[in-house]
Structure formats: C-alpha cells, structure tokens
Ligand binder design. Structure first.
Ligand code: SER
Length: 871
C-alpha cells in the first residue's frame, strides 16, 4: 500500500465516522509563546480542550506536519541513529471535543488497524496507565483497561507509568492518561523466542509504538497542579511513517516509499550506497530526514536565522551538512538538490512544497555554502590548536571557542582529534558550555504566576477597529517576571480597543483610567492563544469597577498608515517585479515598515522609484478602506485575496481592500489612503538567498526625513562655501583628490625604492638563509610589493615585515620558493602562529602570507620570534 493510499484511508475511515477532515496547521507556530513548532496534532486544538473557544465541529481528523526538535519533545540527536525517529513527521489524528470518549476512540482505532489496514491482531499490544503515587495522585485507568479487555487477550495489555502513559503537551496545558498501541513486526522465529510484551517501550526497532490515544481530562497549571477540565476530549496521534513501515512490510521507516526516493537521490549525488556500512547509513538517514524538516519550515515561512525558531532550523540543516561532510565526503552543497525529489513526492499532499520550490532550494544552497566555509575555516583553526598543544589532551575551553565563535561542531572536533591521536578535554568543554547556557537561560527566564480570575464565562471582544476608547472590565490578571523586562503585569479584559501584536503589526500602547482617577499605562499588547493580553508596570488598586481604556492615538495612526502602505507596497512589487513576489515577513511599526519578499535579484534604483510612484499614486488617489470583517475563506480567495503559506486562517476571514489591493488581514488601517500623506523607501537589500527586504516610511516620518536631509544639505553647502553649487563643488573635490592620490602613490614608490636599497644591506645570514625581520612604515600593499621586489633581487630569502597602520598591526612574510620546498618552511603557518602576538590571525600561500591584528605593541615580539623558524 503506497503511503499516499495509507493517508487517504485514514482520513476516509474517520470521515465515515462523521469526522470533519481539516488541513494541517502550519508547522511553525507564530502566536503561542509556549511553543515554537507544532509538536503534536493537538496543538492547533488546544483552546478547544481548555474550553477557551468553541469548535465548529466536535469531531475532526487530519494529518499534521510535526517537528520535535525543541522543548519537551525533542528527538533531534536520535534521528538517523535509529530507523524510526524523525525530526519532521506526519501525525495522523482523530479528535473529539467534548463528544465521544474512550469507548469509541479505542474501538475505532482497533477497527481501522485490524480490519481496514489488516494488521495481524497477534502482533498488536496495547498499554494502559497504571496510576501514580506522586504529587498528582492519579488512579489507574480502569475504564480503558476494561474496554481493551473486551477486545484483546489480557496478556497483551501492558500497564505503563507516567512517562509512557500520561501525555502532556508541555509544562502547561491540556493532558491526560493515554493508551498506546504497539506493533511487533519481528520475524516469527524471533517472536517465538522472545515474547513481544517484554519488548514494549524498550527501544526495539521492530517493536514500536504506532498510535497514541490520549484521554484529555486535565489542565496542567503554571503552579504544576492538575485541574479537571470542564469536558472530556479525545486526542489521538499515529506516526504516519511507522504505520507505512508496518503496512509496507519493511523493517525501517527509511525503507518506505516516503524515504526511498530521497535515499536513491542521495546515493546518486554522493556515490555512496545505503545499507553497506553503519556510519554511511546514519548519515544518509540524517540527510533524508533533515531535508524534509528544513524544506517544510521554509515553505511555512521560517528561514534559517540566528535566533528562535530560525536558529533551530539552521541547526537541523547544519547537522545534515556536517553528517554529509564527515561521512559522505561532500564538500560541496548538495542537500538543496534533494528538494526536487521531495516536491515530486510530497507536493500533492502539501502543495506549498511545489509552489515554493525555488525559494527552498536557494535558501538551503546558500546555507550549505556558508556552513561548508565555516567547516573549512574551523579545520584550519583546529589544526593550529593541535600544533600549539602542549600535551595530547586538547583544552576544552579552546574547543568551546571553536564551537561557539565559529559554529564548528564539537563532535567533529572530537572525531578529528581522535583520528590524529589526541584527546578532547570533554569536561572542560561541557563546563564552558554549561556556563554559557546558564548565562543565556537566566537572561531569558520568565516566571509567570497563575492568573487571578475575577470574571468567568466571558468571551473577549476586540473593538479596536472602530474605537480607540472603550469602557471595559478586568477579567483576570497575573504577574510575570523576566530578566529582560523585570516585573510586569498582564491583564485580560472583557473587551478591548487595544490591538494585540500580530500580522507583523506592533501591539497598541495607551492607558486605563479607573473610576477613582488612577491611571495605569499599557506598555504593550500581545496575543496569547486566543486572548488579548495587556502589559503594564502596575495594577489598578481597585480591580472590580469599570475602566476607561484609551489607545495612544498618535502611535496607532502612524502604525495604521504604515500598515496600509505595506499592502500597497506588496501590490506594487507584484505589479512591477512580477507575481513571483510573495510576502515573506513584515514588521509594521509606528516609525517605519519593513517588508520581506521573494525575488531573486537586487531591485534596481529605477524599479524602486517606480514602486514609490505606484504607491504614492494610490495615496494621492484617496482610496477608501473597504473591509469585510467575516467572510468565508473561499469567498475571500475568489475575490483575489492571497493566503500566505505558514499563516493560520479560520473558516471565516477579514479582508482589507484599497482599490485593487486586497489582502487577508487582521491589522488596523487608515480610513482612506490619503491619510498616509506620502510613502518613501529608505533601504533595499538582501536578507537571505532569494529574499529581499524593503524598509520604508510614511506620513510624519517622511516629513522628518526630508527636513533632516534638507538640514544636512545646508550644512554641506556651508562647508563648501555658500555660493557654490554643491554637486559641482563635490565633483571638483573628487577630481582633486584623485590627483593627489596619484602623487602620493608615486612618492611612496620612490620611498620604497630607497627603502629596498637600505634593506638589502641589512640581511644577515642564518644557516645559509638570508634573514631579515623588520618594522617598516608601509601599508599591506606596500609591504607586498617590496617583499616581492626583494625576492626577485636576492635568493634564499626569509623576510618578515611588521607595520602599524591606523592603530592596527600587520605582518607580511615572504619566503623564497626553493626554501618552501627544501626546508619545509610555510609562510601561511608562520604568520598564523605569529599572529597571536598581535592578537589576530591570517594566512596565505606558503611563499607569501599576511596577518592582521589589533595589538601593534606585539609587533616587536613577533619580529623577534621569526628567527626561530630557521634556527
Ligand atoms: N498528543 C498525543 C501525541 O502526540 C496524541 O496525539 O502523542
């Protein structure tokens, strides 16, 4: 059965049980501070379980793209080593929100596995929660046990502890006991020898869990306590790749048709064979797995970067590059070449892969290039660490610097050291790593108290599209403490005019006025799950009355102008550059806007001007805002609104239209484009391969911009002399400058000639080599020219120059070519080593190399040391 068919049968089975089939949520999560990536099918339904929102359908099923590489569920380091863990995987799931419970979940799961998929019942085991006597004091799940007993013989029911049979999404949130279904696919002979029940949860590659049925009935609170949920729910998750392994009769997820096309392609590109050698196999699995995780993340709009989710993606990709580099002998980018195969294979179920193919390929290729560069540089540095080592054990702190500053992976360091017969001081490395972790953890640690709830049963309403002021009531509040922000309070109200950060737009600021006249400033507004949370530095003394909430009008107006301008900019770019342009990120502040988009070359000055004109024409056209607050997604798309990949949309959406620009958007906008006054681009550049960024300003900021530029022009005119035309005056200065440069160059040449004559007399003979180490008053180019001239005149030369230029130190080493061969002298190695005296580094050819550093005081020392190389 093909994987495509396995997926289809799952969905149609639950459709026949009256489930609504819904699309996978994006894998990268954007509006939940407790989670970076979707790590389970249930994430997108969290609010239904908690009772914070009401689902439209009480039974749903789907296949969800999941990524388990951070937080509570992190499998990254396992992936590749075994045959059944993945970073990205598909989770097939069915859900009941306060509808059916254990009985149906258990019976249907059994029916699907044994009757529809036809898995042999003798090979299936199930597990049941045995209860816990820790602080939670939970009872054994007798109900599940009895239900299973009616279906399977008792010796196939395994009792499991909290680790295996109590499922929690994270440190907080919905949870409950679970029953897992395991399958034993060992050959019959082995099954006879060792009974399957003894291998459950023992990491046996052929006795694996395939489905987890979670009976959600609690909420884990911030204080660690469990609270009963108002209703009971079902959350099931079946590992798609494992299921395919079972149904396709193979013994590894990587032997299913989900992975084999990728593996064949890796074999072709690298000229290695899968299934011949352990280390090669691990590396091929790592690459085949990781390219999926990375490609899907990029398709969801998450590019590799140095922070947050982007950093996790970068690390996954680098792990793949490193395995390729070390075990598949790939020192050129190759992973991007797999994107094609992946698209062909998964593109039907996940069209985003096909649509974004070019971008994904470019981004991966660029990352590969830059990290391979890092690896090469790291190898050179590691080499010099080894050369200067005083013992056979390499300092852990040094290895840590290599890892931390250059991103050189520690396991690679360890491997190379082992090959060369050196040890790594692992303890020293771990210590340095831990210290760094502690530093960054304490900087990002946030502690949140539990909410104090004043009103229950309220549905919060956002009224900020129409009003900037409203009378509101406090529903709940809590204190949060973080190193970055210090102590803050968070408040949720029954209704609010404050816009919560989202869709790239910043959150509103403003204040609350209590009836007794007290004023509380709101410093930021953010969305947490479905709630709008207001941040303040203090709490009102009297909490139960009515407050007047007032949004900072000036900031809101400027932000709205920037948001509307962002839409017009998007329209302009698609019109002028072409409709390959897609939004890849946007930030709308009160002072400026930033827009990232896919486009494969620099936007020319001419095009930028056209874009500005396009937007400004629409501002002058005074186009009114036409919005539809709640229309079916289908209708919005039919009207021409564009949905962004990686964005989560409900069944109904809001559309914002100005003339021909129409977007799905939850942000706040001007009532008329005339309110923007003017639009000005201030910068254009690249953010990643195939992604450009435009920064622009509108309204008051444009006035400030022109005012400031005008002031500068007047200052320049003053400097040039008032009567002069500044352009003519600057051109004249440039010409004069070029003349002077030429003169200086020729004077310097004369000086070098004289210097050469002097220096030739200063050489001393050491061991048959003409040696000179000397400080000179030249720049890098001057030293090079002089060194080569001397080398052409004199034989058997070892020459080291030191120079100080603009507070920096320079070294240049020249060695006659015959000495490089005969005496094994290498200018590159020598300057790199001497570089430490000037606190810098360098390199070059064996016969000529240079180093630069920040410590001119060390030049003399370096010159003094030079002689030791020929002694
Ligand atoms: N949430 C459970 C899991 O991820 C079942 O879907 O295993």
């Amino acid at each position: 059965m093909t994987s495509q068919k396995v997926r289809e049968q799952f969905l149609s089975f639950f459709k026949s049980k009256e489930h609504r089939i819904v699309p996978s949520a994006p894998m990268v999560i954007k509006d939940d501070p407790t989670l970076m990536f979707t790590n389970a099918g249930m994430n997108q339904f969290k609010e239904f379980f908690l009772g914070n929102s009401t689902p439209k359908h009480q039974r749903v099923a789907d296949t969800q793209k999941c990524l388990r590489v951070s937080g509570k569920h992190n499998d990254l380091e396992e992936v590749g080593k075994d045959t059944y863990h993945h970073t990205m995987f598909e989770m097939l799931g069915n859900w009941s929100f306060g509808d059916y419970f254990k009985k149906e979940a258990i019976t249907w799961a059994w029916e699907l596995l044994t009757e529809v998929y036809g898995i042999n019942k003798d090979r299936l085991y199930v597990s049941v929660f045995e209860g816990s006597d820790d602080a939670d004091k939970l009872e054994m799940d007798k109900e599940a046990f009895d239900l299973w007993k009616a279906i399977v013989p008792e010796d196939r029911i395994i009792m499991g502890d909290k680790k295996d049979n109590f499922w929690e999404m994270g440190d907080q949130g919905p949870c409950g006991p679970c029953s897992e279904i395991h399958v034993d696919i060992r050959p019959d002979a082995e099954r006879k020898k060792v009974i399957g029940a003894s291998l459950i949860n023992q990491d046996h590659p052929l006795v694996v869990e395939i489905w987890n049925l979670v009976f959600i009935q609690y909420n884990r609170k911030a204080n660690g306590k469990l609270e009963d949920l108002p209703e009971k729910h079902i959350d099931t998750g079946m590992g798609f790749e494992r299921l395919c392994m079972v149904l396709q009769g193979v013994h590894s997820n990587y032997d299913t048709d989900i992975f084999t096309p990728l593996i064949r392609e890796i074999e072709t590109i690298t000229n290695k064979r899968y299934g011949k050698d352990q280390a090669t196999d691990v590396a091929i699995r790592v690459v085949a797995d990781h390219v999926r995780a990375v490609a899907f993340s990029i398709a969801d709009g998450q590019l590799p970067s140095n922070t947050g989710a982007g950093y996790v993606i970068r690390r996954i990709l680098r792990r793949a590059i490193r395995y390729g580099f070390t075990f598949l002998d790939t020192n050129k980018p190759f992973i991007h070449r797999l994107v094609n195969v992946l698209g062909e294979q998964m593109g039907t179920a996940f069209p985003e892969l096909k649509k974004q193919h070019q971008l994904i390929e470019n981004v991966i290729k660029e990352e590969e290039h830059s990290f391979l560069g890092t690896l090469e540089q790291g190898l050179v540095l590691l080499d010099s660490i080894i050369k200067s080592a005083k013992s056979k054990t390499i300092d852990g702190q040094k290895a840590f610097e290599l890892y931390d500053t250059f991103g050189f992976p520690i396991d690679l360091t360890a491997l190379i050291l082992e090959e060369k017969g050196y040890d790594l001081d692992v303890e020293g490395f771990e210590k340095a790593l831990q210290e760094q972790k502690d530093r960054s953890r304490s900087a990002s640690e946030i502690s949140k108290a539990d909410w104090t709830v004043l009103m229950t049963d309220t549905e919060q309403e956002f009224v900020g599209y129409d009003m900037l002021e409203a009378d509101i009531r406090l529903v709940k509040y809590r204190k949060v403490t973080s190193k970055k922000e210090g102590e803050q309070y968070q408040m949720v109200f029954n209704l609010t005019p404050f816009y919560a950060e989202g869709g790239g737009q910043v959150g509103d600021k403003g204040y609350l006025e209590a009836q007794n006249g007290d004023v509380i400033y709101i410093v930021d507004t953010k969305r947490e799950n479905n709630e709008i949370v207001h941040f303040s530095e203090s709490l009102p003394k009297e909490k139960s009355g009515i407050f007047k909430a007032v949004v900072d009008k000036k900031q809101r107006q400027r932000t709205a102008a920037n948001h509307t301008a962002t839409h017009l900019l998007h329209q302009a770019l698609r019109e002028i550059l072409g409709d390959h342009v897609e939004q890849k990120g946007s930030a709308v502040h009160s002072k400026y806007l930033r827009f990232d988009f896919s486009h494969f070359s620099k936007v020319t000055t001419e095009q930028l001007r056209e874009v500005e004109n396009f937007v400004n024409a629409r501002i002058e056209g005074q186009l009114p805002l036409q919005e539809q607050r709640s229309i079916p997604m289908k209708e919005a798309l039919a009207e021409g609104a564009m949905a962004l990949f990686g964005e989560k949309y409900g069944d109904t959406v809001r559309t914002v239209r100005f003339g021909q620009s129409i977007e799905l958007c939850g942000g706040t906008h001007v009532k008329n484009t005339g309110d923007i006054w003017h639009f000005k681009i201030v910068s254009e550049g690249a953010v990643a391969a195939g992604i450009r960024r435009i920064e622009a300003i509108t309204s008051d900021a444009v006035k400030d911009f022109y005012f400031e530029n005008n002031r500068k022009l007047f200052e320049i005119k003053d400097l040039l002399g008032k009567s002069q035309d500044p352009v003519k005056a600057v051109t004249a200065l440039q010409e004069e400058n070029a003349q002077l440069k030429k003169q200086v160059e020729s004077l310097l040449k004369d000086k070098a000639k004289n210097l050469k004559g002097d220096l030739l007399n200063e050489f001393e003979e050491v061991n048959g080599i003409n040696f000179l180490a000397k400080k000179v008053d030249l720049d890098a180019g001057g030293m090079k020219d002089l060194a080569f001239e001397i080398g052409n005149t004199k034989e058997n030369v070892f020459l080291l120059f030191g120079a100080e230029k603009e507070g920096k130190a320079l070294l240049a080493c020249y060695i006659s070519k015959n000495l490089v061969g005969e005496k094994e002298l290498n200018a590159g190695t020598i300057v790199r080593e001497l570089g430490k005296y000037i606190q810098g580094g360098g390199g070059g050819q064996p016969f000529f190399a240079t180093a630069g550093g920040k410590n001119p005081a060390g030049i003399q020392e370096a010159l003094k040391e030079a002689k030791k190389y020929i002694k």
